[in-house]
Design a binder for this molecule. Structure first.
Ligand code: MTE
Length: 306
């Protein structure tokens, strides 16, 4: 099996983030990114927004985003996904839509992508382990797909499932998690305009290790909610089981909103290490997106629903 290691990738194929930023400001001034670029109107879009007194969010270098991450299907080490996902086949790719919807079907990825407009969103990703990154994603609102398949009035949750293919995903040959990886959102969370399905980052197609060809990005929740390599969406009236909740229920709840006041049983969540920075930052409630998402949790005890 040919595995493309980082050292085999010509330097010319790796986007330098300064070049990327220059190119991006060129694209923005020439209007190619459309309304979002012109007005900054979309939440969290384009501008790496200042998070608070802690100063500007700088983009995390492409190299860090793509070589230090979690994708247990390719191994549990931080560099395993980049090492082992190189030959993963992302085409042809289909996504099954099942359950409480008016239009259940198995869709080709191309059919899902054709009607949607892809746009860039700069979002912070905060891992439950205490590290964080700032990533320019390319994607489209999850709501666009949900509206298209028309959930019935009974649908209250969406369950997402990752591909199960131990021949291609060596991590699945060991019972580290109850494969396939699954995740879930309440329907209003899934419909929130900040929740996107991503197909790229840094203006390029999503690298396999970051979840190609399609992954979820839910910026106000811990990174593990952002499931990669999605092959199924199932609409349900009951809260779905999730991979991490099944593996360690006392550590990982269904909601998993970034919350500096609720410690992980084995460590504090008050601070985070932004990859590339020396001093740790204070973690912000809802990862800094509270003004846009807090109302969905009004009246909920966020210690109980962690
Ligand atoms: N999705 C799948 N299928 N398998 C995984 O192991 N890891 C999660 C999440 N999605 C994971 C996954 C975790 S713990 C994190 S922090 C993010 O992916 C990392 O996303 P990134 O590669 O964009 O940094």
């Amino acid at each position: 099996m040919l595995i493309r290691r980082r050292s085999d990738i010509p330097a010319s194929e790796i986007t330098d983030e300064r070049l990327y930023l220059n190119r991006r400001s060129f694209i923005a001034t020439s209007g190619l990114l459309g309304v979002a670029a012109a007005t900054g109107a979309l939440p969290g879009c384009l501008k790496a927004s200042p998070s608070d007194e802690q100063g500007e969010d700088k983009l995390t270098p492409y190299r860090d985003v793509t070589t230090y991450n979690n994708y247990y299907e390719f191994g549990t080490g931080k560099d395993d996904p980049a090492e082992n996902a190189g030959s993963f086949r992302t085409r042809p790719w289909s996504i099954a839509v099942e359950g409480l919807v008016k239009k259940p079907a198995v869709y080709n990825l191309e059919d899902i992508l054709r009607p949607v407009t892809q746009e860039e969103r700069v979002y912070r990703l905060r891992c439950v382990e205490g590290w964080s990154m700032v990533i320019p994603w390319l994607g489209f609102p999850l709501a666009a797909l949900i509206n298209r398949v028309e959930p019935t009035s009974q649908a209250k949750f969406v369950e997402f499932t990752t591909l199960h293919d131990p021949r291609q995903m060596p991590g699945q040959r060991r019972p580290v998690l109850d494969w396939p990886y699954t995740e879930g959102l309440r329907l209003d969370e899934a419909m929130h305009p900040l929740a996107i399905l991503a197909t790229g980052l840094y203006g390029r197609p999503l690298p396999n290790q970051n979840g190609a060809p399609l992954r979820l990005v839910v910026p106000w929740k811990y990174g593990f909610k952002s499931i990669k390599g999605i092959v199924k969406l199932r609409f349900t009236d009951r809260q779905p089981a999730t991979a991490w909740n099944k593996a360690a229920p006392s550590e990982y709840g269904f909601y998993s909103n970034v919350n500096p006041e609720v410690d992980h049983p084995r460590w504090s969540q008050a601070k985070e290490r932004r990859i590339g920075e020396f001093l740790r930052r204070r973690t912000l409630m809802f990862n800094g997106y509270g003004d846009q998402v807090a109302r969905m949790y009004a009246g909920m005890d966020l210690r109980r629903y962690y």
